[in-house]
Design a protein around this ligand. Structure first.
Ligand code: NAP
Length: 308
């Protein structure tokens, strides 16, 4: 039987836990934050533990855990959480490798638990209306510019420069939106990854895809000064769709479309609550596969060193 209040723990109390998860859980009528797994300070008012086992021994009736650690190294944490009977929600990107990410859902199924591999940008208010609007349209060209300042969004985070991450940490958000709204799969044609000479991951990337034979031009930049851009334009024979501000705003032929003011993380947690109630998992790895393809296929170009 579904519980009315889902008692949830958070693991990894960093920027996104503090910026989004803690306030979203506090404002939710379905979730209660009851503990944290952290190597440092827990959020105010809840106890912190270094392992899931210690937490489960000390705090009664925890139903779920939301994992906000960096993508690498989550397997052991997820296995431990499932072994203790917890439903699991994970931040994007799901893991450090595709092989690791592909194990999560079978492990959750074997344990009889729910796994929600989240894509917060798919919860942006414009995503579902854009997908609906594009149904039956004749798409001619897609342009996506996802450009932000790593110093603002990931201040001092060294893990962001580990192999396989870099600008694809925000870039995967764009890929999660594109793969949600476009009616056919993306096929990578070419990719250029620009890697600072002192880092192991790209600071910028240009990706050329096709979708049903039509061009999809994607540009990521992690060194964007001034205004940030999280924009997608879909040119169709019937008109032009514009998504901006990470798909929280939408316009058709320059005319704004009214969208609800419903924050991404509120929607994300409502989605997790529905999955928990229905005992269903949601673990689409498509955006992550596209990131892996870019690394498999892309040419590398060395660029100037990056310093914080
Ligand atoms: P962060 O500020 O570095 O926080 C990550 C936290 O994970 C750390 O504070 C630490 O918490 C814990 N941790 C465990 N092992 C770690 C390790 N080896 N290295 C560093 N931290 C470790 O990162 P974040 O920005 O919150 O990002 C976390 C996840 O959320 C990533 O998958 C990211 O893509 C996603 N996300 C981030 C943003 C954003 O704007 N920053 C937005 C959406 C999604 P304890 O001290 O509690 O152990």
């Amino acid at each position: 039987m579904a519980v009315s209040t889902i008692r949830i723990a958070l693991a990894g109390i960093g920027k996104i836990a503090r910026d989004q998860h803690i306030p979203t859980i506090a404002a939710s009528d379905r979730f209660e934050l009851v503990a944290a797994v952290t190597r440092h300070e827990p959020p105010e008012g809840v106890p912190g533990f270094t392992t899931v086992a210690e937490m489960m021994a000390a705090v009664p009736d925890i139903h779920a855990i939301s994992i906000c650690t960096p993508p690498r190294g989550r397997l052991a944490l997820i296995e431990e959480a499932l072994a203790h009977g917890l439903d699991v929600m994970i931040e994007k990107p799901p893991a450090g490798t595709i092989a690791e990410a592909a194990r999560f859902q079978p492990l959750a199924e074997a344990a009889g638990k729910v796994l929600h591999a989240t894509w917060h940008s798919r919860e942006a208010a414009g995503v579902e209306p854009a997908r609906e609007w594009l149904k039956g349209k004749t798409i001619q060209k897609v342009i996506c510019n996802w450009k932000e300042d790593v110093r603002v969004w990931h201040p001092g985070q060294e893990w962001i420069w580990e192999p396989g991450i870099g600008v694809f940490d925000p870039g995967i958000n764009a890929l999660s939106v594109l793969t949600a709204i476009l009616p056919a799969p993306l096929e990578l044609q070419s990719a250029e990854l620009r890697v600072p000479e002192n880092r192991a991951a790209p600071i910028a990337a240009d990706l050329a895809y096709q979708m049903d034979g039509k061009p999809v031009a994607v540009a990521f930049d992690f060194d964007q000064q001034g205004p940030q851009s999280w924009d997608i334009i879909v040119q169709c024979a019937e008109g032009e769709l514009q998504l901006s501000m990470g798909a929280s705003q939408m316009a058709v032929d320059g005319k704004p479309v009214d969208l609800p003011d419903d924050p991404e993380y509120a929607r994300l947690y409502r989605h997790f609550a529905r999955l928990v109630d229905a005992r269903q998992s949601d673990a689409d790895l498509t955006p992550f596969r596209h990131v892996a393809d870019a690394f498999l296929f892309g040419t590398r170009k060395q660029v100037d060193a990056f310093h914080w």
